[in-house]
Design a protein around this ligand. Structure first.
Ligand code: SF4
Length: 393
């Protein structure tokens, strides 16, 4: 999955430190324990998921299968659901894709957003096929009359709309006014379209302002957040390949979340969308905003490590993908210092010289043959989850 987990982990940490530092400079209430003070926005519904008004920040993704291929799309959505995806968006480039929504919807259990560009009739077809929400880019949907037709349909079907402003497709007059794409131009486009929808007495709106440039994206969201109480969908678009995408998303989304801006997020990566969901939760976990699933602590390795730690960490990550308990797991390279270095972990394993050890809260529990490291750890995680659900009962 990840080519190099260590680098991934380091990028997230560095990026978020930057984000926190920036927030403190601006005097916003974010302290070193990462207590984020969220801006209160209006609440809308995307299917059964509330967005805004301090509802948990939901994690979204987007399928990359042809939407008209129902079985491939459903199977990808199932994998995304297992990874914790809470809202899924599908591209609707043609009427086959719009019709496929009626076949996909009954087979999935998270809300579905239809993503529409250019053709307002596809938005109407997608809504009528059962989409829980629409994402339209008003800059390319073809003018106020067509937006009104989409809004009328959203009212009839009782669904919400995301105004998805994209730096690459701003209205021509706005581009002329601002002499090109700027954060203010993006905000102008968003405000114009918010006013248009509100003038049609439509209020189930959330807004996104995406650019591939992190600084511009952050500036645009800051400006818009000061001008509206509508919930915001936050992301950096076309963020890129794994490493650059993670860095840009952690910086952009992390900076905004640390300032209390953002009600739902989508990490954008040129990868399997399951990775977007994983990174989304890592950002939320690192900021202390939401906990879902294990937090893995692994040592950087040094000359004492004589096991293949990178591969073991990847195996454990894969095996834990659908685990929801917020358990802290340490995976350390040696039995000499590992448990001591991971005192904060709920459970952990360390390897070296043919022996593996299992430890809890830094205390050694038992030794076993090193090749059973992952097996022993997974059995311990299952035990931990069973005990936890007994306590919850
Ligand atoms: S846990 Fe062991 S292998 Fe890992 S960095 Fe510490 S001393 Fe080195």
């Amino acid at each position: 999955m990840f080519d190099n987990f260590k680098i991934f982990d380091k990028y997230i940490t560095v990026s978020l430190l930057f984000a926190i530092g920036r927030s403190q400079i601006q005097g916003i209430i974010v302290d070193m324990s990462l207590n984020v003070s969220r801006k209160k926005t209006r609440q809308i519904m995307v299917g059964n998921v509330p967005v805004g008004n301090l509802a948990p920040i939901s994690v979204q993704s987007m399928t990359n299968t042809p939407t008209a291929d129902v079985s491939a799309t459903v199977s990808q959505i199932e994998r995304l659901q297992n990874a914790g995806c809470e809202i899924i968006r599908l591209a609707v480039p043609d009427s086959e894709a719009a019709q496929a929504i009626s076949l996909i919807k009954p087979k999935i259990s998270i809300p579905l957003i239809a993503d529409i560009h250019f053709d307002f009739r596809l938005a109407i077809a997608a809504a009528q096929a059962g989409a829980d929400a629409l994402r339209i880019n008003p800059g390319n949907i073809g003018g106020a009359a067509k937006v009104k037709a989409v809004v009328d349909c959203a009212k009839d079907t009782g669904i919400s709309i995301r105004i998805g402003v994209n730096a690459g497709s701003l209205e021509k007059d706005i581009l002329k006014k601002y002499n090109g794409v700027t954060a203010r131009a993006m905000v102008d486009s968003a405000l114009r379209n918010i006013e248009l929808l509100k003038s049609l007495d439509f209020h189930q709106i959330k807004v996104s302002l995406k650019a591939s440039d992190v600084a511009r994206t952050v500036e645009a969201y800051r400006l818009l957040s000061a001008r509206t109480d509508l919930p915001l969908h936050v992301g950096v678009t076309e963020a890129g390949s794994l490493y650059s995408g993670i860095v840009k998303s952690a910086l952009g989304i992390g900076t905004l979340l640390a300032e209390g801006i953002g009600d739902t997020i989508r990490v954008s990566l040129t990868r399997d969308p399951v990775e977007e969901v994983r990174v989304g939760y890592e950002i939320l976990k690192a900021l202390g905003i939401r906990q879902r699933g294990p937090e893995i602590i692994s040592c950087p390795t040094c000359g004492r490590c004589n096991i293949e730690l990178f591969g073991i960490v990847e195996q454990v990550e894969e095996a834990l993908l659908s685990t929801v308990s917020p358990i802290k797991i340490a995976i350390m390279g040696c039995v000499v210092n590992g448990p001591g270095e991971a005192r904060e972990a709920d459970i952990g394993i360390a390897g070296g010289d043919g022996t593996g050890i299992l430890f809890r809260k830094g205390k050694v529990v038992k030794k076993f043959p090193q090749e059973k490291l992952v097996e022993v750890l997974m059995a311990e995680v299952e035990k931990y989850e069973r005990n936890r659900s007994k306590l919850a009962d």
